[in-house]
Design a protein around this ligand. Structure first.
Ligand code: DP6
Length: 326
C-alpha cells in the first residue's frame, strides 16, 4: 500500500488556456508539450488508513486546495482501478528538486507523479493513458507529464470525460533545449485555473482564441514531427502571445508579464537576428522560456543570462514520463 514515483514538468509549445463548460476539466483547445528532464518531482504515497488524506509539500504540511486535489486524484485512481468500498486515506510526501517560483508548472509533475505512485501503491494496474486521463481531470497539463518527449492533449469533445494525453514522439526525437529566463524570485501571479476561468468569462477575445488555437496547434505539431525549428518558432511564439493577448483583454485584464519579461522577448528576437535560432514561450507567469538547438545552447543561455534583469537561467532537455521508482 506504499509506492514512490517520479515525474517531470512539461512546457507547452501550443498552449492550453480555457476549459469546456461541460465539466470534467476538459480543455477547450488542443495543446502540445515537451516533458523536461533534469527537474523532478518525487512523490511517496502510503495508504496508511489515517483519519484523512495528508500532504507534505517540500517539507511543509499543506492544507486547502492542494489537499482537496490530492483527494480527488486518489479517489479517481481507486474508482477507475475497480476498487470497491471506502478508500483508505493516504499520507503523501512530495518534493521538487527545482524551485516552484521558477514558473515551471510544478502541478503538472506533482499530479503525474501522484497518479503513478497511487497506481503502484494500490496495484490497480491502470495504463499510462488511464493515469493520464485521471491526472488531466485534476490539472490538465499534468495529463501530459505521464508521457515523455513530445505529447499532445486534444481538446475535449462535449461532456465525454475520457480524454488522456497522447505521446507523439519520444525524448530522443529532437534534441531541443529549453533555456528558462527567471525574471523574478517572487511568486504572486494569478494561478492558471483561476486565470483561464476569468479569461473565458470576461475576455471579448476568448472566442477568437478558441477558434484560432487549433490551427496554431497544427502548425506546431507539423513542425515538431519534421524537427523544423524555423517553422516551430513563429508558431510557438504566436500560441503564447495569442494566449496572453486573450488574458490581457479580460476584465480586469490579466497581466502576467513584468518589465524583464518584455525586455527578454525583444532580446530573444534580437539574438536570433544573424545569430542561432531561438524562440520564446511564456506560461501564466513572468518567466520567459526560450527554445533552441542543443548545439546553440551555450550561446543562447549566455545571451539570455546577459539580459538586464534576468536573475538566472535554467537549461532543460526533453525527458521521460512519470514512473514508479520504489
Ligand atoms: C499556461 O494545467 O495548470 O501552462 O487544468 O486548471 O490545472 P488546470 O490548469 P493548468 O494550466 C496550464 C496553462 C499553461 C499552458 C499549458 O501548459 O498548456
Amino acid at each position: 500500500m506504499k509506492a514512490t514515483a517520479v515525474a517531470h514538468p512539461n512546457i507547452a509549445l501550443a498552449k492550453y488556456w480555457g476549459k469546456l463548460p461541460e465539466g470534467h476539466n476538459l480543455p477547450a483547445v488542443p495543446s502540445l508539450s515537451v516533458t523536461l528532464a533534469g527537474m523532478t518531482t518525487r512523490t511517496e504515497v502510503h495508504f496508511d488508513g489515517g483519519a484523512e488524506d495528508r500532504l507534505t509539500l517540500d517539507g511543509e504540511v499543506a492544507t486547502g486546495r492542494p489537499v482537496a486535489r490530492v483527494t480527488q486524484l486518489l479517489d479517481l485512481v481507486w474508482n477507475e482501478g475497480g476498487r470497491d468500498g471506502e478508500r483508505p486515506r493516504a499520507t503523501v510526501v512530495s518534493a521538487n528538486d527545482f524551485p516552484t517560483a521558477a514558473g515551471l508548472a510544478s502541478s503538472a509533475s506533482a499530479f503525474a507523479a501522484l497518479a503513478a505512485a497511487a497506481n503502484g501503491a494500490l496495484e490497480t494496474d491502470l495504463t499510462a493513458a488511464q493515469l493520464s486521463c485521471i491526472a488531466r481531470r485534476v490539472s490538465a497539463s499534468a495529463g501530459r507529464s505521464l508521457f515523455g518527449g513530445f505529447v499532445e492533449l486534444p481538446a475535449g469533445v462535449g461532456a465525454q470525460a475520457h480524454l488522456p494525453a497522447v505521446p507523439l514522439a519520444g525524448p530522443d526525437h529532437w534534441d531541443l533545449r529549453l533555456v528558462v529566463a527567471v525574471t523574478t524570485e517572487e511568486k504572486k501571479e494569478v494561478g492558471s485555473t483561476e486565470g483561464m476561468k476569468h479569461t473565458a468569462a470576461t475576455s471579448p477575445l476568448y472566442d477568437a482564441w478558441v477558434s484560432s488555437a487549433p490551427a496554431i496547434y497544427e502548425r506546431v505539431k507539423t513542425a515538431v514531427v519534421a524537427r523544423d525549428l524555423a517553422a516551430l518558432g513563429p508558431a510557438l511564439e504566436q500560441s503564447a502571445l495569442a494566449m496572453h493577448a486573450t488574458a490581457m483583454a479580460a476584465d480586469p485584464g490579466l497581466l502576467y508579464w513584468n518589465d524583464v519579461t518584455l525586455r527578454t522577448m525583444h532580446a530573444v528576437r534580437q539574438l536570433r537576428r544573424g545569430g542561432p535560432p531561438a524562440f520564446f514561450t511564456i506560461d501564466a507567469g513572468p518567466h520567459v522560456k526560450v527554445f533552441c538547438r542543443a548545439d546553440d545552447v551555450a550561446a543562447i543561455s549566455a545571451g539570455v543570462e546577459a539580459i538586464e534583469g534576468v536573475k538566472r537561467v535554467i537549461v532543460a532537455a526533453p525527458g521521460e514520463g512519470a514512473r514508479v521508482v520504489e
